[in-house]
Write a protein that binds this ligand. Structure first.
Ligand SMILES: NC(=O)c1ccc[n+]([C@@H]2O[C@H](COP(=O)([O-])OP(=O)(O)OC[C@H]3O[C@@H](n4cnc5c(N)ncnc54)[C@H](O)[C@@H]3O)[C@@H](O)[C@H]2O)c1
Length: 442
């Protein structure tokens, strides 16, 4: 199938590369001229695991063009993957998607054959039928579902594993204006995914509701585990890992995203929750669970701050290990580590931050309030408190004997993911998050 992808950012470029590497002819367009220039020279402007290698396989089938017109005329399906930033009321803005639809419309209008317009960007429920369909019909003079198709086909990917998630989904969500549109996208994904996913083909509005509901459900599991961790921490002998492992073994629950630790962050989960609440409110309903999920999430960095304050007073040095919102990415959007860094620096602590990838991004938002380190041991030297935050694999290999020699005596170690459990930690005041310490030190 010939595909065009409009918006070649963090998700769009990976999507284009996955389809091209699977043998589809892909035409890419991005508003950003620098991006287009880089891509035309076969250079990858996005940092994402496996993308450079995948593009090597994709280049022969991937062509970058300079206009919407070219993109539409040379393809059967156009995927729109542009930003939908959150507005002050929590709803997603359709502004960028609308600009693209306006740009595509003349070419869709001028085409003799059926063209499928597929919105992948996350949008508010009601956008497709309420805004996109009438806009396209008005601008093209054509009928949706007959002369052109409209789809809402969002992705469920996490940064750092975009390609793996894209190629190995459990489910592909396809909201379609008509049967032909649903069948075309089903065929496209069947010929690209390496798994045999459930094809959830449904109406546009149901797909829109499904997208944010699924993300809200996942964050509910994360907050459930974090609420459990906060309780276990207060109960001598309690261990959140034992409890969640058993709960997760029950197939009604499942083990994914059920681990007490840091709260969720990143460009999707937090804002999807807020958008879901705004959506419910619009229809006179209240997303009670969603509010609790957000409250539990916000409490996590506050609790870490309190734990540190109980053991070390400002201006003590506090070493924070990990700044990105999750491992394998430099993205710090809504990162709980960054929130903690900000609150500690604001309280007068001398904050030192280490991250394998996110130092530049962290510096942009935290400025000179924090000291930055490319070596975790430099970061920790002289620290009275050490917080293990992002779950980077390298932190599992730290040499705690070496750290004991350079950190302040009996430094407190807050271990969000229990990576140092089982290691000799008697030189420290060791606090594994979610574990109730007994008189013997557990
Ligand atoms: N990144 C994720 O983890 C993720 C996951 C699921 C869903 N999404 C959704 O996908 C959408 C895109 O996210 P992203 O992270 O890829 O954003 P991004 O900012 O990384 O990329 C967006 C790209 O769109 C381009 N663009 C903007 N306006 C354009 C226009 N009019 N014509 C052509 N190109 C244009 C920008 O130049 C940019 O390169 C958002 O709605 C987001 O919510 C993202």
């Amino acid at each position: 199938m010939n595909i065009s992808v409009i918006g070649l950012g963090k998700l769009g470029l990976c999507t284009a590369a996955c389809f091209a590497a699977a043998g589809h002819a892909v035409i890419g367009y991005d508003l950003n001229e620098d991006f287009r220039r880089e891509l035309k020279s076969r250079r990858c402007p996005i940092d994402e695991t496996g993308l450079v290698d995948l593009l090597e396989a994709a280049w022969p089938s991937l062509q970058i063009v300079d206009s919407y017109e070219d993109a539409v005329f040379r393809s059967d399906v156009t995927l729109i993957i542009v930003p939908t930033p959150s507005m002050a009321d929590g709803r997603f803005s359709d502004e960028y998607v609308i600009k693209v639809l306006e740009g595509l419309a003349p070419a869709v209008s001028g085409k003799d054959s059926f063209h499928l317009v597929d919105v992948v960007s996350t949008v508010m429920p009601g956008s497709s039928d309420g805004v996109f369909r009438p806009l396209l019909e008005r601008l093209t003079g054509k009928r949706c579902g007959m002369d052109f198709g409209l789809a809402y086909n969002p992705e469920f990917i996490a940064l750092g594993s975009v390609i793996r998630n894209f190629l190995h989904p459990d489910m592909v969500l396809i909201g379609a204006s008509d049967e032909r549109t649903g069948a075309m996208l089903t065929e496209l994904y069947r010929s690209t995914c390496k798994t045999d996913p459930t094809m959830a083909v449904m109406s546009l509005v149901n797909a829109e509701i499904t997208k944010i509901s699924l993300n809200c459900y996942v964050t509910m599991k994360i907050s459930y585990a974090n609420a459990l961790a906060a309780i276990c921490e207060e109960v001598p002998g309690a261990d959140v890992d034992l409890v969640t492992a058993a709960i997760g073994a029950d197939s009604r629950v499942g083990s994914k995203y059920l681990k007490g630790g840091l709260g969720f962050g990143g460009p999707c989960f937090p804002r999807d929750n807020i958008a879901f609440q705004a959506f419910a409110g619009e229809f006179g309903a209240e997303a009670v669970l969603g509010k609790a999920v957000v409250a539990i999430n916000n409490a996590v960095p506050k609790r870490l701050h309190e734990r540190i304050a109980a053991h070390a007073a400002p201006p003590a040095r506090v070493a924070l290990l990990g700044g990105s919102y999750k491992a394998d990415t430099h993205i710090i959007e809504e990162s709980q580590s960054i929130m903690l860094a900000r609150s500690l620096a604001g309280a007068g602590y001398r904050v030192a931050l280490h991250d394998p990838k996110a130092i530049d991004a962290a510096r942009q938002v935290l400025g000179e309030s924090v000291a930055y380190h490319f070596d975790p041991y430099d970061c920790i030297a002289g620290a009275s408190a050490i917080a293990l935050l992002t779950d980077w694999p390298a932190y599992r290999e730290l040499d705690w004997r070496r750290i004991a020699a350079s950190a302040a005596p009996r430094a407190v170690v807050l271990d969000s993911w229990r990576v140092a459990r089982g290691v000799e930690m008697s030189a420290f005041t060791y606090i594994p998050v979610g574990v109730g310490i007994t008189a013997k030190g557990n």
